[in-house]
Design a protein around this ligand. Sequence first.
Ligand SMILES: *[C@@H]1O[C@H](CO)[C@@H](O)[C@H](O)[C@H]1NC(C)=O
Ligand SMILES: *[C@@H]1O[C@H](CO)[C@@H](O)[C@H](O)[C@H]1NC(C)=O
Ligand SMILES: *[C@@H]1O[C@H](CO)[C@@H](O)[C@H](O)[C@H]1NC(C)=O
Ligand SMILES: *[C@@H]1O[C@H](CO)[C@@H](O)[C@H](O)[C@H]1NC(C)=O
Ligand SMILES: *[C@@H]1O[C@H](CO)[C@@H](O)[C@H](O)[C@H]1NC(C)=O
Ligand SMILES: *[C@@H]1O[C@H](CO)[C@@H](O)[C@H](O)[C@H]1NC(C)=O
Length: 298
Amino acid sequence: MLLLMILLFCSLRVVTAQTNSTGSARALDALLQDYAYRALVRPRTRTGRVYDGVVPSNLTGIMVSAMRLRSGSLRRHGFGMYKEFEIPMGIVEKPYVKRLVLVYQNLGNWSIVYHPPPGYVYLAPVLGLLAYNASDLMAKNLQALRINASGQPISIKFSDIKSLPEGPVPKCVSFDLNGTFDFSDVLPDKTCTTFQQGHFSIVVESTALSPVPSRHGKKNNSKVWIIVGSVLGGLALLVILGLLVLLAYKYKKAKKMQHMERAAEVGESLEMTRVGSTMAPAATVTRTQPTLETEYVP
Ligand SMILES: *[C@@H]1O[C@H](CO)[C@@H](O)[C@H](O)[C@H]1NC(C)=O
Ligand SMILES: *[C@@H]1O[C@H](CO)[C@@H](O)[C@H](O)[C@H]1NC(C)=O
Ligand SMILES: *[C@@H]1O[C@H](CO)[C@@H](O)[C@H](O)[C@H]1NC(C)=O
Ligand SMILES: *[C@@H]1O[C@H](CO)[C@@H](O)[C@H](O)[C@H]1NC(C)=O
Ligand SMILES: *[C@@H]1O[C@H](CO)[C@@H](O)[C@H](O)[C@H]1NC(C)=O
Ligand SMILES: *[C@@H]1O[C@H](CO)[C@@H](O)[C@H](O)[C@H]1NC(C)=O
């Protein structure tokens, strides 16, 4: 029973860890904000210069950068190319700050971990663009500012994109900070557009790719099979244990019965007593007490 409970507990933990990817994506954003800010050379941080950060070793494969801008300059001039993002003029942030830091994220092979696209396969890594208050460059756990492109949208020119498969139509996907996602068309030259901060990539439906199985689906399936397998294995183990206990019990009972029978046999056999020169059986206990006739009261 204990074994089963431990198994169930473990599988539940796996499931909950998997379903709440929004929470973990926000936690990752917070961590990457910190590591991107550390890249800014302090105290003489240059405005409009891109600083590439270093992520902790447990997140190898992710790239981050940070760039500080005056919000007035961003609104009036935009920036041009910031990694894969082309920042047009007309960007306003909410709430207003005097200076902001644009944090760039390339989630690389971690894309699927933090932004699992249900039923889709990534053709490009997930890229993130988030804006933060630049007043305190030592700050951690900052809340992302909302940015809004009031004129042209921000363009995302994916450089690292897998060759498009024949048949299924690739789509741009954008995840906003609530974990909700939207699809839009991929523009010529493999570009997606957005009016807001968030995370972006290009996907195709995994069902449309029957010869190439979805990596995500496979991973999920194998996880499910691991859970089902361990629960079934646990149950089988329990049944075997139960059978063993039953067998042991039966064996013990059988032995006891044998013992009792033997004891009974011994008890039944009359003791042999020497009477003269011959052995004669004699009862140890007289079974019916003799009664004298005179004692007998009718
Ligand atoms: C996931 O995590 C976020 C933030 O930690 C939380 O607000 C949300 O309620 C969680 N969702 C579920 C389904 O547990
Ligand atoms: C990675 O390591 C950093 C620092 O060593 C730690 O703060 C963070 O929680 C870790 N993140 C994950 C996702 O393991
Ligand atoms: C991504 O790749 C790096 C090495 O390039 C590896 O250390 C890391 O574990 C990988 N992450 C995932 C989620 O597979
Ligand atoms: C930006 O940070 C500064 C210093 O931490 C703070 O005083 C200011 O209120 C922040 N601005 C916003 C809009 O949060
Ligand atoms: C973004 O800016 C446009 C134009 O100024 C405005 O119509 C729209 O409501 C804004 N969106 C948000 C989410 O602030
Ligand atoms: C995200 O959440 C905020 C409030 O939590 C809400 O105002 C906003 O409309 C949501 N955005 C989307 C796209 O669901």
